[in-house]
Write a protein that binds this ligand. Structure first.
Ligand code: HAM
Length: 416
């Protein structure tokens, strides 16, 4: 027996209401902020991710689904959406549009991650990117969009954590400060952290190793190493957030696992869980488009894991609205009634109703079938009904039934 690959899921109809609810709320909130949908290919040139997400990141080192196609091209199933959207921004000449260009996406992503609750190898993100304006007001807009979207799902008890990791020009001095701080403690670092010390000591702040945690308390803070413009942006961002009443916590250890970030980084966590549980995460990437060979262009965005949003809806006992109406079942006794039932079902569907023809069984079994599919009403056709050109309409909740003219049946069906 084949099984779905580890870390992937089959989404059956019973969970689909969660998916429709999350996608439709997210998309309508994005549209209300003036964002338009973008779809990019599921795979891209591998180099796109190496160059932007960063060769030393976990994503590139351990998690990409990369392959050579039959034409010897190095391709990768996209592990994230920001680099593809920026590639499209450049390739499609979107810098000639009014800036910033506001885009959103909902699509599958692929990472060879260790599967656990809320972590999959094929997962889905709702993400937004605002490209072409470096103003801190755009950071606030993106953060507000994220909070509004999560609020529109009914999720509560969320914490917004925020940090600024400065500009690329601020980075060398900060990395040196981190190296100076950690170098007397190298013996306490495991192999992964030792490598990070050499390649990108910023990521040490993200270490999950319990032995390293006490060291992190007093580690140098990026906000103390901001250059003038990044400092001004950071202060402006916090002032605007206060103005619009968005509550945040500063987290000096928040650095994010992708290399393209500059200045603002943020995550939104449910209060009940540990550090691994960001529902939503993002930040500014003012150098990314230039890294792809374009002109210097600021950008900011976030992505929220759809599986994680659904997990939190379930934890908070939030029921999504049904994604389809309760069906009307057409039941029948005898061959001519079945044939009439087929016609009736087609007519009612064309009138906009959701209709299922019962399976060929005894009438009693057809009624049991109707309850098991949650039918609101059943239309029963037998020889007696056919003779009179009527159909018996049974209201399943009330347990009552009466005859109505067949030609008029649609008008008598209520509340689906
Ligand atoms: P990220 O932090 O790698 O950022 O992912 C964003 C969100 O995707 C996470 O907070 C989480 O909800 C979800 N997620 C990530 N990995 C998995 C997984 N294996 N299984 C389930 N959910 C997962 C990015 O991807 C950036 N592109 C976000 C961004 C957009 N930054 C700027 N613009």
């Amino acid at each position: 027996m084949y099984q779905a690959p580890r870390g992937t899921a089959d989404l059956l109809p019973d969970v689909q209401p969660y998916w429709s609810f999350v996608r439709s709320q997210a998309e309508s909130v994005a549209r209300s902020f003036g964002y338009g949908r973008i779809d990019t290919p599921i795979f891209e040139d591998t180099g796109l991710f190496l160059r932007t997400v960063g060769e030393e990141t976990d994503i590139v080192q351990k998690e990409m689904y990369s392959f050579k196609d039959r034409g010897d091209q190095n391709l990768t199933l996209r592990p994230e959406g920001t680099a593809p959207v920026c590639r499209a921004y450049l390739e499609q000449g979107m810098r000639n549009l009014a800036q910033p260009v506001r885009l959103f996406y909902t699509c599958p992503m692929f990472r060879y991650d260790r599967p656990q609750a809320g972590r999959y190898r094929q997962f889905h993100q709702f993400g937004v990117e605002a490209i072409g304006d470096g103003d801190a007001a755009v950071d606030v807009e993106v953060i507000q969009l994220a909070m509004t979207m999560l609020g529109s799902l009914g999720l509560s008890d969320l914490t917004l954590v925020l940090n600024s990791i400065g500009d690329a020009t601020d980075r060398p001095a900060y990395l040196n400060a981190l190296r100076d701080y950690f170098s007397p403690h190298l013996d306490k670092l495991g192999a992964d952290d030792r490598r990070r010390f050499d390649t990108n000591p910023l990521r040490l702040l993200d270490s999950k190793d319990p032995a390293v945690q006490p060291l992190l308390e007093n580690a140098p803070r990026s906000v103390d190493h901001l250059g003038g413009p990044a400092q001004e942006h950071w202060e402006q961002l916090k002032a605007y957030l206060n103005d619009v009443g968005v509550h945040y916590e500063e987290d000096h250890r928040l650095v994010r696992g992708l290399d393209y970030y500059t200045r603002t980084v943020f995550e939104i966590h449910p209060k009940v869980e540990g550090a691994q549980s960001a529902i939503c995460a993002g930040g500014r990437y003012d150098g990314l488009i230039e890294q792809l060979g374009g002109p210097s262009t600021p950008g900011i965005g976030f992505a929220a894991g759809i599986e994680r949003m659904i997990l939190n809806l379930q934890r908070q006992n939030i029921e999504p609205p049904p994604d389809r109406p309760a069906p009307v079942v057409v039941a029948y006794r005898g061959d001519s009634a079945k044939s009439r039932g087929l016609q009736l079902a087609a007519v009612l569907r064309s009138e906009g109703l959701t209709v299922i023809l019962a399976p060929e069984r005894s009438l009693k079994a057809q009624m049991r079938y109707a309850s098991s599919v949650g039918a609101s009403q059943v239309l029963i056709l037998g020889e007696a009904e056919l003779a009179k050109d009527v159909v018996t309409l049974r209201d399943m909740a009330a347990g009552e039934q009466h005859e109505v003219p067949i030609a008029d049946a649609g008008r008598h069906i209520v509340g689906t």
